[in-house]
Design a protein around this ligand. Structure first.
Ligand code: PEP
Length: 255
């Protein structure tokens, strides 16, 4: 998958995390049915638990909703019990993969260098990685949020992504699943800093890499967040689990 030289449509990505049994497929079908009746300005993707990826991809085939994995290994195959290779995600119908979500970084000790390896493996397998970065509350309170996140961007994006389709998601840890969102001023400041780093790594192509915001995006704040400068979409956790809420966020995105 190659990177377009024009500004891409916003991406609204729903991360179901460790939520969802077979019955959850109905929520995704409801999203797809609504978008077929009234197409969205944004690109849409749902990231179910690995157990549902193949079935969800089949259920959404020929619909405007893409699917993806929540993580992938940096190796193509081998003795890594419980892990999933990028090619397996593609084989199950996924088109994208989240790399370096803060819950992976915290729960599994993933470093930015490992995240870069995962993003490289994802692109190699033809997937579009969404590389997550974000600071903890203590880092923000110490006044170090921007320098911390810029360093994470530098360390988490392999140079091999040049010319490939990928996104960065800025997700302050203190805003994920807490109901607290970063202020629009904080988001604009951070996205501008990330854009600067993307341009310094990837040159002209770095100007159009989508930068998503994630952290308690809900129907009532999505419009304001998605309209902010350099916000190229949203990574949505809790509010992506119910079709009505996810659709309201999707409708808030303008092309
Ligand atoms: C996320 O899962 O990346 C996320 C931002 O979660 P929530 O929207 O629930 O804060």
């Amino acid at each position: 998958m190659t990177l377009s030289s024009t500004t891409p449509r916003p991406l609204i990505a729903g991360n179901w995390k460790m939520n969802g049994l077979s019955t959850a497929l109905e929520e995704a079908r409801a999203v797809a049915a609504a978008l077929e009746d009234e197409p969205a300005a944004a690109r849409i993707a749902i990231f179910p638990p690995a157990t549902l990826l193949h079935r969800l991809s089949q259920a959404l085939e020929n619909s405007p909703v893409l699917t993806g994995g929540q993580d992938c290994h940096d190796k193509a195959s081998g003795a890594h019990t419980g892990d999933i290779a990028a090619e397996m995600i593609a084989d199950a119908g996924g088109k994208l993969v989240i790399c370096g979500h803060s819950e992976r970084r915290c729960d599994h000790g993933e470093t930015s260098e490992q995240v870069a390896g995962k993003a490289e493996a994802a692109a190699e397998a033809g997937l579009e990685p969404i590389v997550c970065v974000g600071e903890a509350l203590a880092t923000r309170e110490a006044g170090d949020a921007v320098s911390f996140v810029v360093q994470q961007v530098r360390d988490s994006l392999p140079a091999t992504l040049a010319g490939k389709a990928f996104s960065v998601a800025y997700e302050p840890l203190w805003a994920i699943g807490t109901g607290k969102t970063a202020s629009v001023d904080n988001i604009v400041e951070m996205h501008a800093a990330i854009r600067g780093e993307l341009r310094s790594i990837f040159g002209e192509a770095g100007k159009v890499v989508p930068i998503l915001y994630g952290g308690s995006v809900k129907p009532d704040n999505a419009g304001e967040i998605l309209a902010a400068a350099e916000v190229g979409g949203a990574l949505v956790g809790g509010a992506s689990l119910k079709a009505a809420d996810f659709l309201a966020i999707i409708r808030a995105a303008q092309a």
